[in-house]
Design a protein around this ligand. Sequence first.
Ligand code: NAD
Length: 408
Amino acid sequence: MSNVWEEARLNLGKAAKIINLEPELVNRLSTPMRFTEFTIPVRLDNGGKELFTAYRSLHQDATGPTKDGTRIRPGLTVEEIKALSLFMSIKHAVADIPAGGGKGGIVADPSKLSDSEYERLVRGFIRRLQPKGAMVDVPGADIGTDARAMAWMLDEYEQISGFHSPAAINDKPAALGGSLGGHEATGWGVAQCVHLAAQGVNLAQGRVAIQGFGQVGSITALTLEEKGYQIIAVSDVFGAVVNKSGLNIKALSEHVAKTGQVAGFSGGTALESSILELDCDILVPAAVQDVITEANAGRIKATLLVEAANAPISPPADLILLKAGKTIVPDVVANCGGAIVCDFERTQGLSNDYWTIQQVKEKLLIRMDRAYSETLSLAKELNVPMRQAAWAKALTKIRTAMLWRGWN
Ligand code: NAD
């Protein structure tokens, strides 16, 4: 993850050239508009105290209030948080969400904290950050934070501010004003992108391999199975299973719910080789970043790759795959479904009008179709890969907002 900030700025630079972005605006977007580093003192159960380091990066707010996740993991870096806030600016603009890019985080290992220590840490994050609410900056969840953590963040925010404000914090439980469909949103969006892209390259109902069977990978697999795709292999951090005639994803999900891993599923056999290099039509990396690099890109057999994870393909691998004629749907398009439903969550909280899960899904798919088709049209018009088109589309939107504000 060490070069993730450089990778993000590399994408920014390439897209800036395509649209001839004014040097002043390139300058401003090449660094967060505000980066805060602070400490959170936490009383431990044994009576001792520990000081945790935390960050919040606000990349730009020309397009609206900054918004998005809070990552808690050991080894979290400043560069990672800066890069993720830039990605959020791009993702929001690609999906026509009127929001800027934000990301926060705490350097900590949640698995080493008791429930009460974790609660004090999360509440301390809000006390020290002092977010200014729905019209300024809206923290949400990410790796290491879940609906329970966001409920504590919302409660802390409301205790401090003295009034209810469900739109101030995202990814909270529905009982506190969270949106239905938030858990499924990214997977639904990824599956929709797979389907749209597969139709474009005559692979509808093709053979799919999915790396990662967590929140995103499992919903993607279930949704694609419903659409008639054959999911021939899935993996998680412990192992992989394969069935050339197609895995039964509902049964596999039940197996994972019971055992915590895909290995041992009776409807398939263990896959000993890399799932990324499997003979399949469509590959969905839905686990972690940088899994396809110069080292293995030449051995990828899938024709279509849809990036469910953030940055699963390194820039050199991207070039190798494109040269080999592969189609790549980039992360900022493929996995923007979660960001879209986060925006729906804020909208519902502000209007006090809460939608059914069917309404959320319908509105989400309309937005996904638009993000995908506009990016594809621009890629064709500019004769560039979809990744560059997506960044160019996003930067054009951000530029327009900055120019209207007179920020050039
Ligand atoms: P998750 O933690 O629920 O699941 C991750 C899955 O990947 C698990 O099955 C895990 O076992 C597997 N995994 C981890 N390391 C692996 C490895 N080295 N090889 C193979 N499998 C591995 O996470 P998630 O929410 O499903 O997110 C998956 C990816 O999508 C992440 O990169 C995340 O940043 C990205 N993403 C998630 C969302 C969202 O809404 N959850 C939105 C945008 C992007």
